[in-house]
Write a protein of this length. Structure first.
Lengths: 189, 189
DNA sequence: TAACAATGCTTCAAAAGTTGAACTAACTTA
DNA sequence: TAAGTTAGTTCAACTTTTGAAGCATTGTTA
């Protein structure tokens, strides 16, 4: 039931985006945020704004799903760290690079996550300064549970090969964007 | 000169993404974060992680640009509010919808932005509870200055019609994503 | 038209997330 | 072995976000 509702909303919105004129007659369920770019060319800031909004929404969603799973000891940001670790067995540095985090930031999260038993931290053999970080069983379980809920939305977004390709394209573009912005901050604008 | 550097970096990375194998031999300037998805299918969480990273990078960049312009009285988040207002003349509610903000959050920012003279707030005639919000000259100037710096990056990302189309597609997909996630939070997962 | 509900927005206090500077410990090199 | 480098941590300050409660104005209804 919920599924159908969501599905319907997506359909509606798609046509709305395509026609672009967006006469949102008496349809309160459609966020005005989405109907904005009228076929013209997307500017950099529009893109950034959209990314910010989408990110906010995802965080909200994550918070809700976590609530349902009864996870109250950590926040969405920490969960994102867990996902960044994934199945890997990383050093802190690797983790920093993988998530573009700040050192002290990750240190802070790591401490909590280790204390709460979501990740295992083992000092490296060859270099005792360095730590090997990986998900504990508890961490894996949480990620697994969240991934499961998330598949639902995935199927709403990607319904055929075409949409899958679109998604891949968007993903690649975001990576390019990340790169451009990373280099810009690094080598000065 | 800086321009060339950035450009080169993008070229390098593009081939890297395409070959996907990503043998990052002795090229320290390439963030490992970007070389991740090996041609397989993008999961929802990968996408979310990327969006989070990209958002972080943009915020960093914005902070730097603001520093250069000598803007020290407000932060990136406030600037995003300015951009959300844009050329509009909105009520607070409109602004909330446009940026998916929380009421108290916007109120908080608005207060600062009004105090510092970046925006004008006028009580509506017909409904004195409601406020009309718009950028002041100072606000417009700041946005203009930031947009100018930003055009540089835009040109790095979008170099021909094809890339422009890619960008539009990605933008549309992000909007779809926003909608799916918004509805998910709204109507329960 | 007086009472009450709804709306539009603000305030406040607390929590969450982020940053930068200073620090410790372990390793490397001259 | 002294000086320098690297890996990671700690701490204190800051920004951003959240939720509950509040105020003024407008709409509604008895």
């Amino acid at each position: 039931m919920t599924r159908e509702l969501l599905q319907a909303a997506v359909e509606v919105e798609e046509s709305n985006i395509k026609t672009a004129a967006g006469s949102n007659l008496a349809n309160a369920s459609i966020p005005t945020a989405a109907i904005d770019n009228d076929g013209g060319h997307v500017t950099h800031f529009e893109l950034a704004r959209t990314i910010e909004r989408v990110n906010r929404r995802f965080t909200d969603l994550l918070r809700i799903e976590m609530g349902k799973l009864g996870v109250g000891d950590i926040g969405p940001a920490q969960v994102m760290v867990l996902f960044t670790i994934g199945n890997g067995d990383l050093s802190v540095r690797d983790l920093l690079d993988k998530g573009h985090y700040l050192g002290s930031n990750v240190s802070y999260y790591l401490k909590q996550l280790v204390d709460l038993g979501y990740i295992d931290r083992v000092a490296s053999q060859r270099d005792r300064r360095s730590a090997r970080i990986s998900l504990s069983q508890k961490g894996h379980d949480l990620c697994q549970a969240l991934r499961a809920t998330d598949d639902t939305y995935h199927r709403l977004l990607v319904r055929d090969e075409g949409e899958s390709r679109e998604l891949d394209n968007a993903y690649r573009l975001l990576q390019k964007l990340e790169l451009v912005w990373t280099n810009a901050t690094r080598y000065g604008a």
